[in-house]
Design a protein around this ligand. Sequence first.
Ligand code: PCA
Length: 203
Amino acid sequence: MKALLMGFEPFGGEAVNPSWEVAQSLSFERFDRIQVISRRLPTVFGESIDQAIEAISTVQPDVVIALGQAGGRTGIGLERVALNIDDAAIADNNGNQPCDAPIMEGAPAAYFATLPIKVLVEEVQKAGIPAATSNSAGTFVCNHTMYGILHYINESRLPIRAGFIHLPYLPEQASSKKEAPSMSLAEMLTALRVVLTVLSRSS
Ligand code: PCA
């Protein structure tokens, strides 16, 4: 199975983004006949979708998983749905801050992830790592990118399963914040190995 794993560059004043740390680390591994190809996306509206689509068409993966940082979450979040809306509480890395704007005019209001999210949550939990389904990927660049990926795959009728996973802060990010939950990189990597293994066995 060929898996395209995408993470984001740091944003909002952070020095790292766990999503890219995880995606990058896994690209150096080989397990269960899974080939992981990683790409780092800009935390920028529009450009993130363009680069994700470019990566999908060059890599031609079986599975696409985009990862993102969701500071404040206590576990791995398997996103169920992407909404056709941009509504940013902070500016992206290019200074864009859209408000109540559709991502794509005339396109569906939402897309569901095409990954078996309940099964994945259960398996990650069995590995001893906090995980939950999430019914909102927010309305910032992650939701935007998830929507763009699912819309592209749907419109192009590609046989690619795709979804989005949000990650908590890394301990080094949480250490300077008041009561912020975090998860170690090692645990995040274990969770993603579980996710990829389950997907490779059900392809
Ligand atoms: N998290 C942001 C965008 C990039 C990232 O890692 C989000 O949740 O929208």
